[in-house]
Design a protein around this ligand. Structure first.
Ligand code: CMC
Length: 432
């Protein structure tokens, strides 16, 4: 809190109230409106949370006007260049970079929690082969609450830690099981001798009848994509995890609700939608036509992978991924990638267009990620699952931060009621 204050006057009654201002470490000040309801019987109205900070957090900072993203204060560009996904996971959850022993211990805990209970694995037989993998992922993650309910006291820090390890370790196994189920192939058990991303690729692409060697270029590319997706402060899915978790529910259920929120095309589902859009556009010649459709208010078509609630400048993650596309495609011997060429050209056209310039619409993290996923052989329906694997770390970090806060309150927004005023029940015989 600072000595800065805001004064609010009810012009009808002349009643004045003083509101405190909370100062963040960096970023805009935050007006504390919590006393308004109690002192003045008035609520604030902010659909879509355009101006509302829903909580206090120390995990991630975004400056949308300048394209800055910091995790625990460290710029995403440095983490992308120098770190790896498990180290970033440790940083997000614990607040500091680990020393050598801490990283070894954390990595070991993740590596040795990768197996699923066999009963959980049998759940997949209940899904039709063409079930969307995000539906299977949210269903099976929610079911983990049935397996670990008795050993999950949310007020016990050690239980919370084990929960974190289990989620980060088992989500890739569940994702791979969903993929194998959709193909009708046998499930491949995790291998604890492999690093996080190599293990994931092995569970996805190996089959019992053949030798499969993980391509280290592919594992490294996936690790980098996971770093870029690991957290993004109070986005829709993280806010969903916090809201569900604020009731004290089993955290596996809270994570499952985050997976459901992520699935939508305005959020994590955009990576799948971008590829569908690029395939629909087909060739460079059609770009002008589709850009015109995106600008037409009578047409539902939007440029998927463009625009962001917070970034009104380049999304720094998109810049890193675009650079990465060039390198990874070259290393995989797939430089001649028509989808990437089309995406680059589309970006170029949109960024010169007055409509996109005026509204500050830039490519976001999802615009280029699908190009890399498809170059790695990951099918389009699995793209959002990949996002969920990485974002699970952010969800866990935010859930932990909220539960450990002694001032935690159940999330319970209010509303602007515009329905009927009080009226009497009418008997069915008297209704028109
Ligand atoms: N294509 C065309 N017009 C757009 C787009 C787009 N992708 N995005 C926003 N606009 C227009 C929108 O029509 C509106 O115009 P006007 O002021 O004339 O009514 C203006 O820009 C502001 O858009 P908004 O929908 O009010 O902005 P928002 O902050 O509520 O929505 C968004 C942000 C990301 C949902 C939106 O930009 C969008 O739908 N983008 C496409 C989906 C997408 O790529 N989502 C991934 C987001 S990043 C990763 C993640 O969060 O998981």
């Amino acid at each position: 809190m600072t000595d800065k204050k805001f004064e609010l006057t009810d012009l009808a009654t002349g009643k004045k109230s003083t509101l405190d201002v909370k100062t963040p470490t960096i970023g805009p000040n935050v007006l504390n409106i919590a006393p308004l309801a109690k002192d003045h019987n008035v609520f604030t109205f902010d659909p879509g949370f355009m101006s509302t900070a829903s909580c206090e957090s120390k995990i991630t900072y975004i400056d949308g006007d300048n394209g800055i993203l910091l995790h625990r204060g460290i710029p995403i560009e440095q983490l992308a260049e120098k770190s790896n996904f498990l180290e970033v996971s440790y940083l997000l959850i614990n607040g500091e970079l680990p020393n050598g022993d801490q990283l070894k211990e954390f990595s070991h805990a993740i590596q040795y929690h990768t197996m699923l209970n066999e009963s959980l694995l049998r759940f997949f037989n209940g899904f039709h082969y063409n079930a969307h993998p995000m539906a299977m992922l949210s269903g099976v993650v929610a079911s983990m609450s049935a397996f670990y309910h008795d050993s999950m006291d949310i007020n016990n820090p050690r239980h919370r830690e084990i929960f974190a390890h289990r989620i980060i370790a088992k989500i890739p196994t569940i994702a791979a099981a969903a993929y194998k189920h959709s193909l009708g192939q046998p499930f491949i058990y995790p291998r604890n001798d492999l690093d996080y991303c190599s293990n994931l690729l092995n569970m996805f692409f190996s089959v019992p009848c053949e030798n499969y060697q993980v391509d280290p270029v592919a594992a490294q590319a996936l690790d980098l994509l996971f770093i870029l997706h690991a957290d993004h402060e109070q986005n829709a899915s993280t806010s969903t995890v916090r809201l569900a978790g604020s009731t004290g529910t089993n955290p596996y259920s809270a994570i499952s609700s985050g997976i459901s929120a992520l699935w939508g095309p305005a959020h994590g589902g955009a990576n799948e939608a971008v590829l569908a859009m690029l395939e629909q556009i087909g060739t460079v010649d059609n770009i002008t036509k589709y850009v015109a459709k995106a600008k037409d208010k009578n047409d539902n078509f939007r440029l998927m992978g463009f625009g962001h609630r917070v970034y009104k400048n380049f999304d720094p993650r998109a810049t890193i991924i675009r650079g990465m596309c060039h390198k990874v495609l070259a290393k995989l011997g797939k430089s001649d990638n028509p989808l990437f060429e089309l995406a680059l050209r589309l970006e170029e056209v949109a960024l010169k267009d007055e409509y996109f310039i005026e509204r500050k619409l830039y490519p976001n993290v999802d615009f280029y990620s699908g190009v890399i996923y498809s170059a790695l052989g990951i099918p389009r329906s699995m793209f959002t699952v990949m996002f969920a694997i990485a974002r699970a770390v952010g969800w866990v970090a935010h859930w932990q931060e909220m539960i450990a806060d002694p001032g935690m309150k159940i999330g319970r927004p209010r509303q602007l009621y515009t329905g009927s005023a009080k009226r009497d029940y009418v008997d069915i015989s008297k209704r028109g």
